[in-house]
Ligand binder design. Structure first.
Ligand SMILES: Cc1cc2nc3c(=O)[nH]c(=O)nc-3n(C[C@H](O)[C@H](O)[C@H](O)COP(=O)(O)O)c2cc1C
Length: 585
């Protein structure tokens, strides 16, 4: 712990910290002290502090902090010139009271360290960095005047307590994008140092919501806007003259969004938004990019401590971080972003033209093997009984068990902004995120008793197949492609090509649409594996087949409906085949 911070531990809180005005100067920049500028050193057990709060001598403020709770206690003005009555608490300098900070529920000492590492010091020192509420969001005083209310564009509302009218001018200043020092001075002018300090604490919590952005302004020109993506991000500027040669790190990218350019990286806590790409040459922008981690010394790229990063490909890390909360501030989840703009696609895919081949259903109880035994027997098998290919009833049973539509219904859905629509969903044997059930199965038949070689679509509502015109050469290509994926081991009898109707999912979800499709594919894989095991068939999932070939054969627009996985199926060799022990090629 820093020498200037004194901590006391008790059963009811993780840390109590007091700050000294005399010792602030001794602390490194970029700590919480930037916020808590003045204050006496106090050794505080919790109980007297609570006693003081009870007696009204300290005001207790509470703010959420990334899963923890930050309490800070502020002695009331009238209490500052006398010894606090709570017992055991006294000020060494009664005229300069300071806030006392208490963190509950800290998950680890790392969490505490992180808390102290995030300050507003740089923002107070850099007038080129302004503060502004993100567009689409609004910051206002509550009707009763006691709260600061942040209205977020997705309909959420964040309320910060302990609002006082001395903040009014500064809050208006945030709407217009002002430097933090100016905002602080506005509060000092209206309510003095004490209120300014309280205001800075409000700002700090506001910044951590992630809905404050930071325009970079010099000589009246706005060069870029820093938009935080991580809750802990506070912007700063690197020194004016970078000492070493640096370059854009390998995970950074520049892309267009609307009329703006975004510079982003899954490894950086913020995006930079540029109106014009030429702003990348502005020294101010380069300093911000360097400070946020976008620029990396060339020699660092092969640093051995970067091994964890070496394993990641650019697109994988970008995809992964965008799939999860915590690494970005984009909307994530079932927001139905296209309601009113694009109609939802039907739950059941329109049938392919052509004759329907009805498939037999599978009996619900087919012989008494326990589910536990099926689970125990499931393996990936790449060798099939070539002398007795799979039959139509077996293929029908497999599809019935794993993919048939059991029922469908229409449900009302609503966007966070209150628009509504109707969405049709289906129920099938495997789970599907949001019941979107976007996956379609296209059996490519190489060898199946009583069924011609060719490409088929499985109509999951009518439990039937429809043949899609495809040349023998193309069917052979699909088979050869799957065989190659199995390490040239499997002699596929049927390949179940799994295609996604992307719009089903993308219409509902933001950020996690494609991730959900892959998750759903995994759920279908396992259902196929288990059903095949139970039915005396064998399965081998395939991860690397040719989606362009499927698009060419079917004529489908690969952005509308395209393959995301395949599963090779065949009849199990009798007696039980020796399962392949090796890993996928
Ligand atoms: C998503 C996924 C993709 C796979 N891709 C292939 C593949 O392309 N080729 C292959 O031979 N096996 C593939 N497999 C099968 C795995 O190699 C197999 O599950 C693994 O070796 C474990 O063996 P087990 O399934 O018998 O437990 C895949 C499995 C999964 C779940």
């Amino acid at each position: 712990m820093q020498p200037a911070l004194r901590a006391a531990h008790s059963s009811s809180c993780s840390a109590i910290v007091a700050y000294s005005s005399r010792q602030v100067a001794a602390l490194p920049a970029n700590t919480l002290t930037g916020l808590l500028r003045v204050g006496p050193v106090l050794d505080l057990p919790v109980e007297p502090l609570q006693q003081c709060a009870k007696m009204g001598e300290v005001a207790c403020h509470r703010a959420p902090l990334d899963g923890d709770v930050l309490d800070w206690f502020q002695p009331r003005q009238e209490a500052t010139n006398r010894r606090l009555a709570g017992g055991g608490v006294s000020y060494t300098k009664p005229d300069t009271p300071g806030p006392l900070v208490r963190l509950h529920g800290a998950r680890s000492s790392d969490a505490k360290r992180e808390m102290f590492a995030v300050g507003l010091e740089d923002l107070l020192n850099e007038s080129a960095i302004r503060l502004r509420i993100r567009s689409g969001c609004a910051l206002k005083r509550s009707e009763d005047g006691h709260e600061l209310v942040l209205e977020i564009d997705d309909g959420r509302i964040v309320r910060l307590s302990d609002y006082v009218s001395h903040y009014d001018a500064a809050i208006d200043g945030i709407a217009n994008g002002k430097p933090l020092t100016e905002l602080r001075d506005l509060v000092v002018a209206s309510g003095g140092e004490w209120n300014a300090m309280a205001f800075l604490n409000q700002v700090r919590v506001l910044c951590r919501t992630g809905f404050v952005e930071y325009p970079l302004v010099e000589t009246g020109t706005e060069y870029a806007v820093i938009v935080p993506q991580w809750a802990s991000f506070v912007p700063s500027l690197a020194p004016r003259t970078p000492p070493v040669e640096d370059r854009l790190q390998r995970f950074a990218c520049v892309r267009r969004s609307g009329n703006a350019w975004l510079v982003e990286s899954p490894l950086c806590g913020a995006r930079l938004v540029l109106a014009d790409l030429s702003a990348l040459d502005a020294p101010l922008v380069r300093r911000a990019l360097a400070a946020a981690g976008f620029l990396q010394e060339a020699r660092m790229e092969n640093d051995s401590c970067q091994d964890a990063l070496k394993l990641w490909e650019f697109q994988d890390l970008l995809f992964h971080t965008h799939q999860r909360r915590g690494w970005h501030r984009d909307m994530l989840g079932a927001h139905f972003p296209f309601v009113g703009e694009i109609d939802p696609s039907p739950a059941e895919r329109p049938s392919w033209p052509g004759k329907r081949i009805r498939l037999p259903r599978a009996p619900v109880d087919s012989g008494g093997e326990s589910f536990a035994s099926v689970l125990e027997r499931r393996r990936t098998v790449r060798r099939f009984d070539d002398s007795r290919p799979i039959s139509v009833p077996e293929l029908g049973a497999l599809l019935d068990r794993s993919a048939r539509i059991r029922s469908s219904r229409v449900v009302p859905v609503a966007t966070p902004t209150g628009q509504s629509a109707l969405f049709e969903i289906t129920q099938r044997p495997y789970p599907s995120a949001g019941a979107c059930h976007e996956l379609e199965i296209y059996p490519v038949v190489a060898r199946c008793a009583d069924l011609a070689c060719g490409v088929y679509h499985y109509d999951a509502s009518h439990h039937s197949l429809v043949r899609i015109p495809a040349s023998d050469a193309d069917v052979s290509r699909v088979v050869a492609d799957a065989k190659r994926a199995s390490g040239d081991e499997a002699n596929p009898q049927v390949i179940l090509a799994i295609a996604a109707r992307f719009a089903r999912v993308m219409w509902k979800y933001r950020s996690i649409g494609y991730g959900n499709i892959l998750r759903n594919t995994g759920a279908l894989y396992q259902t196929l594996y288990l059903a095949a095991t139970e039915l005396g068939l064998s399965a081998c999932a395939v991860g690397t087949a040719d989606s362009a070939l499927f698009a060419r054969i079917t004529g489908l627009d690969p952005l509308v409906e395209g393959t995301v996985g395949e599963c090779i199926i065949g009849r199990t060799l009798q007696p039980d085949p020796r399962s392949s022990e090796r890993d996928a090629p």
